[in-house]
Write a protein that binds this ligand. Structure first.
Ligand SMILES: [Zn+2]
Length: 474
């Protein structure tokens, strides 16, 4: 608390300070916890192969009434792709001639796996222990879109009901299943979703204590290499030395693609050279070091790069699982086939659409025949240019609110469905996360940190205030 006499007066509710104070009070007075507890209770798992009714109920019974109370017109729309979940599009049009910001969140969560949570915790009920609010979706993503909309509500209040711009909210219900239909939905409803700027809240801050802005994400391709030599196993004593072993061949093939230090060697799939502005942007980003973070391995990954460059500005390939024969019951035989599931994480500028072609050519060059290459799923890489005026504007807004240095990540190391917004809708994309790396997202004991949530509300309220102030680079 400041000791000045002004500080003891309530902030003018129609000022930026009043707006931010209103948002913090939403948490301090229990509003956020109440709203989030109700939201977490919807068992909206999307990754279990079927769509539970809670996906629609969350949008229809929970979010639509909340948004309607803020002056939005809400529509629940079907997924253009078979088997995909519904979308909520909420629009708050003050004046069609004014600019529009598109906000995004997802109402679905990953499988709750209740038995794996620690004693005293359960996924569908928010349990508060100190600064931690436990529950499935508290971090990913119900807590984060609740914070964003809480901040927006404060801005509407502080601006006396008139923001000076329009807002569209898009909530999807399949993000944890790979966002089926999101690209098609955005293409189909281009007019409904027309906007000038995109703001999303998802993913982690780079570290709990560093307010973070990221501008896109690395992309991801999951692919499978398989080699089938014959239709059954043959005794290794009777036939070893005269029959090709597919596991041996495949292990050697993979070793030419990625070496024993994790360096990826496939021509065409290596990252483009890191530009000076990206190098500069990532140079100040801390990697790891939080409680519960793993210790980084020395000597792993592309030589000559810093850990931040390897993680954020480079391409990495992982073996996800490798199988041949039976790991539970090894037998003395030459297995008939072998399969390896791999993943490439990649940055903007990688020709990932040609992955099959590049890998096939690589394997041919190294003398391997008969290995099948198949792409299973892919997400594009995206990155708003660091020179976009929105980047500095957003950093200034976050600094003004928090008084802290802001971590600017050119892209998230992980993957988010940002190409729907940056490529299909053509929007500048700003992502402001309100979670942190050890939040337990996707695993047991997922939680939101109350201090980050409180600062997140302040950040979002300030940002939505600033969007209606002179200087916003619409
Ligand atoms: Zn997630």
């Amino acid at each position: 608390m400041q000791a000045s006499s002004a500080a003891s007066l309530p902030a003018d509710r129609h000022s930026r300070e009043g707006c931010i104070a209103h948002a913090a009070a939403y948490l301090d007075q229990g509003g956020l916890l109440r709203d989030l507890s109700r939201r977490v209770a919807y068992q909206s798992e999307s990754d279990a192969g079927k769509l539970p009714p809670a996906l629609t109920a969350y949008l229809q019974d929970e979010m639509a009434p909340y948004l309607t109370s803020m002056g939005f017109d809400c529509r629940i729309l079907g997924n253009p792709v078979d088997g995909g979940g519904p979308f909520l599009v909420a629009r708050r049009i003050e004046d069609a001639s004014q600019p529009t910001v598109l906000l995004y969140g997802h109402g679905d969560v990953v499988s709750a796996t209740p038995s794996s949570w620690r004693a005293g915790l359960e996924p569908w009920r928010v349990v508060v222990e100190g600064e931690r609010w436990y529950g499935r979706g508290t971090a990913d993503n119900k807590g984060q879109h609740s914070i964003s909309l809480g901040g927006l509500r404060s801005a509407i209040h502080a601006r006396g009901g008139s923001l000076g711009y329009n807002v569209t909210v898009l909530l999807e219900s399949g993000e944890e299943a790979g966002s089926p239909g999101l690209l098609e939905f955005c293409a189909k409803h281009r007019d409904l979703l027309r906007a000038d700027l995109f703001i999303g809240c998802d993913g982690p801050r780079i570290r709990a204590d560093r307010p973070t802005l990221f501008l896109g994400s690395r992309g991801m391709v999951n692919f499978t290499l398989s080699l089938s030599c014959r239709d059954r196993a043959f005794h290794s004593g009777n036939w070893g030395g005269v029959l090709r072993n597919p596991a041996t061949v495949l292990a050697n093939a993979v070793s030419t693609m990625i070496d024993a230090r994790g360096v990826m060697r496939v021509e065409g799939l290596r990252a483009p050279e890191i530009s000076p502005d990206i190098r500069k942007a990532v140079s100040s980003l801390p990697i790891g070091g939080d409680e519960n973070d793993p210790v980084l391995d020395e000597g792993w990954g592309e030589p000559g790069l810093t850990p931040a460059e390897r993680l954020i500005a480079w391409n990495t390939m992982e073996i996800l699982t490798f199988a041949s024969g039976s790991i539970e019951r090894p037998v003395n035989a030459i297995p008939p086939r072998a399969i390896v599931h791999c993943q490439l994480r990649f940055v903007v500028g990688t020709q990932w659409e040609r992955l099959e072609e590049f890998i096939s050519a690589h394997l041919r060059r190294h003398g391997f025949q008969g290995i099948d290459v198949k792409v299973d799923m892919a997400t594009a890489a995206t990155r708003l240019d660091l020179s976009s005026p929105w980047v500095q504007w957003c950093v200034d807004s976050l600094s003004a609110t928090t008084g802290e240095p802001i971590a600017v990540m050119p892209n998230l190391a992980g993957s988010i469905p940002n190409s729907a917004f940056s490529d299909v809708l053509g929007l500048p994309t700003l992502w402001i996360p309100h979670s942190y790396p050890a939040c337990g997202q996707h695993g047991p004991n997922e939680h939101l940190l109350a201090p980050i949530a409180r600062q997140g509300l302040e950040i979002m309220a300030g940002l939505y205030w600033d969007l209606g102030a002179p200087g916003a680079p619409w």
